[in-house]
Design a binder for this molecule. Structure first.
Ligand code: NAD
Length: 248
């Protein structure tokens, strides 16, 4: 169908996992999609082929690098003329270690990518939507169930995702109070079948999921279609949990 006809979207970390599921759903609905990732260039280019080179392209980007955001926005506007939708999806877990063994370096890296990267994206997205899209648009931050409760295995992960959750609320309020029609929402996936989740812990986590299966990247992509489309025009500053019932 064509729920996103004529929309231009950026999906960070779109070369694999949840991001590629989001990009695939967006392209199916008629959007033009810019896919970014810091690594996995071949995965990004492969996905562009699948989505069609007229509808998508790949840009290598570190979301924690300010000047990389200028590059991504410039290439998006040069090629597709405007920005309607930004999905801040890129993220890392950080070291799986006891909290007292966590290094400052790992902590800082997770905060840089997951939280500061998300801030740089929100800022760049709003500026681009103001400049090219009559200050309209939708920003979707991929947070996590782990932003709502602690995650004992990776010390920096929950704090970084809790930060993106409140960044979402703050940005949404700042925009709505000024009458700017750019909406900002967060998505909170539970366990999703992607390269981020080691296969050898599946037996351990599946019994904890009420629906007894991990989610798919498409499960998250379908929600993002709604949030990217004008169907969600009254939703801003909201948290959307998709987790097979874990938080029920
Ligand atoms: P993934 O590892 O397949 O995807 C992460 C993507 O982000 C990759 O394409 C990677 O190249 C990219 N990336 C990492 N660091 C980057 C950087 N500095 N700059 C640009 N790109 C970068 O994992 P995924 O499960 O698809 O994760 C996507 C998002 O979903 C993450 O934010 C993750 O925290 C979140 N999430 C995942 C799960 C899950 O169970 N898989 C659950 C909740 C939230």
């Amino acid at each position: 169908s064509n729920r996103l006809d004529s929309k231009v979207a950026i999906v960070t970390g779109g070369a694999s996992g949840i991001g590629s599921g989001i990009a695939t759903c967006f392209a199916r609905e008629g959007a033009k999609v810019v896919i970014t990732a810091n690594h996995n260039v071949s995965g990004g280019q492969q996905l562009v082929k699948e989505l069609g080179e007229d509808n998508a392209f790949f840009v290598q980007q570190n979301v924690a690098d300010e000047s990389d955001w200028d590059k991504v926005i410039k290439q998006t506007i040069d090629r597709f003329g405007k920005l309607d939708v930004l999905v801040n999806n890129a993220g890392i877990t950080g070291n799986l270690t006891a909290i007292e063994d966590e290094s400052l370096e790992d902590w800082q890296q997770v905060i840089d990518v997951n939280l500061t990267g998300n801030f740089l994206g929100v800022r760049a997205g709003i500026r681009a939507m103001k400049a090219t899209n009559e200050a309209k648009g939708s920003i979707i931050n991929i947070s996590s169930d782990a932003s709502l409760v602690g995650f004992p295995f990776a010390p920096a992960y929950s704090p970084s995702k809790g930060g993106t959750r409140l960044l979402t609320h703050s940005a949404a309020l700042s925009l709505a109070h000024r009458g700017i029609d750019i909406r900002v929402n967060s998505v909170h996936p539970g366990w999703i079948d992607t390269p981020m989740v080691p296969k050898d812990i599946y037996d351990q986590i599946i019994p904890e999921i009420p629906m007894k299966r991990l989610g798919t990247p498409q499960d998250i992509g379908e929600l993002c279609v709604y949030l990217a489309s004008d169907e969600s025009q009254y939703a801003t500053g909201s948290e959307f949990v998709v987790d097979g019932g874990i938080r029920a």
